[in-house]
Design a protein around this ligand. Structure first.
Ligand code: AMP
Length: 259
């Protein structure tokens, strides 16, 4: 018998299901996403299922983490395909809220990200972590999970979320998931869909270059030589080397653990 994964779009319906599970003493694992799912997201679902009885996946393209000039409108939306993949991966519920469920009264009451948000991404996308902590905080409030899984691909984001959970003493265990890459080392990302064939070939060199070069200045030169158009940063923090680069209109991020 095939299991059908329900898609719930209202907070009330979500809460009814979740309260039922809690009454049965089931533990809840949560994977927040913006959809356009790939194997990276599915690995988070797998990890959630290994650490909790039920896996809830949210799909919400969060407007507050995009600046006006960014790709909110163009961001890929593939709900039907996403749900089919989640069903195959064994997720128990998809929560696809609409904007008023997340921001019922506009976006007036906000929390501020902590020190992990300083620098790196924030130097180039100053709105970004504010948007992320506010949507994740609200989603946590809706889902009330025991554990939540975030990818190491967005390493600074993982650190910002861990800090938020500590600072608010939220009873949620945050689990970091390893980066899933294609056969050439390119970290899977929903934004890879924007790349042309030749851009993809360039993108596939990103990981190799940040892995091989050890002096940041030279790394940047190597990236430009390889065909990247602009380097936002190559930096070291949390025992990682992290990079954000542009190819044409597409911005890519990646990171590696330092030896
Ligand atoms: P997004 O839908 O891009 O907001 O990502 C949702 C979650 O999936 C975040 O926790 C990401 O870090 C994670 N994620 C995205 N791509 C990958 C990947 N290639 N490997 C592991 N996790 C990923």
């Amino acid at each position: 018998m095939t299991m059908t994964t329900p898609i719930l779009t209202s907070r009330t319906h979500l809460q009814n299901t979740i309260e039922g599970w809690k009454a049965e003493k089931q533990t809840l694992g949560f994977v927040p996403t913006m959809g356009a799912l790939h194997e990276g997201h599915l690995s988070l679902v797998k990890l959630a299922l290994e650490n909790a009885d039920k896996c809830i996946v949210s799909i919400f393209v969060n407007p507050t983490q995009f600046a006006p000039h960014e790709d909110f409108d163009a961001y890929p939306r593939t709900l039907e395909k996403d749900v089919a993949q989640l069903e195959a991966a064994g997720a128990h519920l998809v929560y696809a809220p609409c904007e008023p469920d997340i921001y019922p009264n506009g976006k007036d009451t906000n929390i501020t990200p902590g020190s992990a948000a300083q620098g790196l991404e924030s130097d180039f996308r100053p709105h970004f972590f504010g948007g992320v902590v506010n949507v994740v905080f609200r989603l946590f409030e809706h889902v009330r999970p025991d554990i939540a899984v975030f990818g190491e691909k967005d390493y600074q984001q993982l650190m910002v979320i861990k800090e938020m959970v500590t600072d608010y003493a939220l009873p949620i265990r945050i689990i970091g998931a390893p980066i899933i890459r294609d056969e050439y080392g390119l970290a899977l990302s929903s934004r890879n869909a924007y790349l042309s064939e030749s851009e993809r070939a360039t993108a596939r060199q990103l990981n190799k270059i940040i892995r091989n070069a050890s002096i940041s200045g030279r790394t940047e030169a190597a990236l430009l030589e390889a065909g990247f158009d602009k380097i936002d940063y190559v930096a070291e923090r949390w025992n990682r080397r992290l990079a954000a680069v542009w190819i044409g209109k597409t911005r890519l991020i990646d990171n590696i653990r330092l030896p």
